[in-house]
Design a protein around this ligand. Sequence first.
Ligand SMILES: [Zn+2]
Length: 407
Amino acid sequence: MKYILIIGDGMADSPLSELGGKTPLQVADHPNMDFIASHGECGRLITLPQELDTGTDIAIMSILGYDPREFHTGRGPLEAASIGIKLDEHDIAFRCNLITERNGILVDYSAGHISTDEAKELLKSIKDACEKPKEIKFFFGVGYRHLLVLKGNKHSSRIICTPPHDALNKPISEILPKEMDQKGAKTVRTLKRMIMVSKDILSDHPINRKRIKKGINPANMIWPWGHGTKPKFQPFYDLYGIKGAVISAVDIVNGIGVFAGLDVIRVPGATGYYDTNYEGKADYALESLKDHDLVLIHVEAPDEAGHLGDFNLKIKTIEDLDKRLIGRLLEGLKGDYTIALLPDHATSTELRTHSRDPVPFAIFSTSQSRASKVKHYDEISVKEGSLGLMEGVKFMPLFLKQNRFRK
Ligand SMILES: [Zn+2]
């Protein structure tokens, strides 16, 4: 038996007045998704525990059976793993944004979506000034997104850092890192010092002077956040006896794969956006099943459309996922297989952010094809499904179980 898990990021939504009170999944034409729902079984899944935030990393950990309340430490270590950085036990990894500060206010979490080349040159000047080989290390990422690692056991993750995209137009002085207890005090001092040094160095950097002249936001400050130590996952294979692979353009998803011991497969042209290589993802997934039992295919595009507030684009991404990826997969699959389809979380196109609504899921297995009550894959129709409302961490054992639908 081969297992295919398709995650359409943020695909579920709330009813939209522009769509006559329907959701993008209800309106979109997606015959392949409907096939999975109508020949398999459906239910709804709670992937985001109330006490945690609404991130993709948290939702996907739930789906893979790693309770995020126990295993989630932060997105920094996931991103680090995704680009091949090995963390030691006490290391704390932070996402390190380049941001724009103006008159003491955080005005842009992406520094005008600065290019990777410009960002590297700016960050190099911070590296030169702040890096200490045994304690402080910077790593280049893409665009405004980079990484900072505090090494050794002098630092503590008992601190609060503010995600910059949640703090737009707030005074920097109010959102600087804070310690949760005495243990975090040194770490907070170190971070604050680097943030201030970065402002001094970057404000007058030739690249930023050019950007200001052109009327675009300068990258005049670093902003560490999303910190955590290395999460302690039990390998997926040890948990389920299944050899798996992951296909995603998103670093935190690949990072979860690394810690779970899944093989990360990079697909050329996978962008994490609506212009992604849907066909390539299907082809690489089929190829990966020759030497893996399971493949997780993650498609980011619907979530991005939701964040843009663009319901037409969201419908298009769902239809592309259906026809160009799922349809191609179903055509290419041979032998016995079980396929599951779900979003990691819902993304409200109206509110342009993630929501905690349970997500619709559907599972079809060639060994147990049956006529389901549910004829259409969407948030409302799956309420008729026989699998009901479930906790996220119960999904993976159910997906991998034979005879799952026998009563
Ligand atoms: Zn997501």
